[in-house]
Design a protein around this ligand. Sequence first.
Ligand code: NAD
Length: 375
Amino acid sequence: MDKLSIKADLYMGQGAMDRLSEWRNKRMFIVTDPFMMKSGMINMVFDRLHSSNEQYIFSNIVPDPPIEVVTEGVEALRSFNTDLIIAIGGGSAIDAAKAMKLFAQKLLDQRDIPFIAIPTTSGTGSEVTSFSVISDKQKNIKYPLVSDDMLPQEAILDPELVKSVPDFITADTGMDVLTHAIEAYVSTKANDISDALAEKAMKLVFAYLPRAYKDGNDLVAREKMHNASCIAGMAFNIASLGLNHGIAHVAGAKFKIAHGRMNAILLPHVIEFNADYKPGYGKEDSNRAAVRYADIAKSLGLSAPNAKSGVRSLVQAIKQLQKQLNMPQTLRECGVDQALLEEMRVSIAEGALKDGCTATNPRVPTAEDVLQILN
Ligand code: NAD
């Protein structure tokens, strides 16, 4: 039996932020990052709030939010007597708010606090997922929390908020969307509903990510990528992810590489690994991943006369997209030298095998396989 948790009411498109003006008499706990404050973008919230509301601004969120920030937030949220949480920012702000809500409810016995997520990047889909990725900066690890209790009641997808995202973050986060969709599609937990969502998200990425990258003010492309991010989030909330994310969570934390960028570097290699396995190796349906990748290639209009060439076309299309987005394609290009890789590779391989995302990868990897991928 599959359970599909699609909980949030979505307010979408230009003007969606106006939804905020409908709230009255709330003690709003607003979680955001310093960029939103400094740039004045936070005024897009304040300008819409009715004077009967009171606000507490928690703006300490840094990328890959550490547990200490979450703990601080739980305390602030509780002492403010919050009755509505609003998270506005990238995946880091939304994830941090989700973890605060979860801990406040579980540890401090608070009632369910309504929660609105407002993404300002088009990448994680966190506004519709039961995941929150929190970092332990001392140990250099990231760990995903998983609970339906963190799901926002509402998400506001307004493309106006994404216009200011610089091109390199547009590229990183956009490739995160693609990785979510591809991993959900080949996951051992994929079903017809996650397939439909993943397929749509991939098509939107190939059609609109280069446009959004080239011209951040292209509101059509921004809106399509914002939707793609949310749709891919729904897909992987159903089907989960795979080895790509398993490695990225560990390697991204160790090498301090942005999440989407780390995913993008790994993606062609993980696809080749998953597609190239022999009958009897790992999961019983040995050719399934290659066929699924070829299905993706076909749905994107790429040449796929058989599974093997379909996989090749897909990998080429991804590499081509990375080039269009001027993205690094190797760890070395991200400043990771051979000595650092040597030092970290075994702990990355061990961590990747333990990561929850790896469990639904179509091919069961060994530590040696992960080392090969990292090479
Ligand atoms: P982010 O939230 O870390 O933000 C990256 C940078 O972009 C920050 O400096 C931020 O200030 C800036 N930024 C955000 N919005 C902006 C805007 N509109 N204009 C200009 N700058 C802006 O990046 P992200 O990729 O959205 O989130 C990454 C985090 O989400 C990672 O911790 C990752 O592990 C996690 N994640 C979570 C899920 C999930 O389901 N919960 C899924 C994938 C990734």
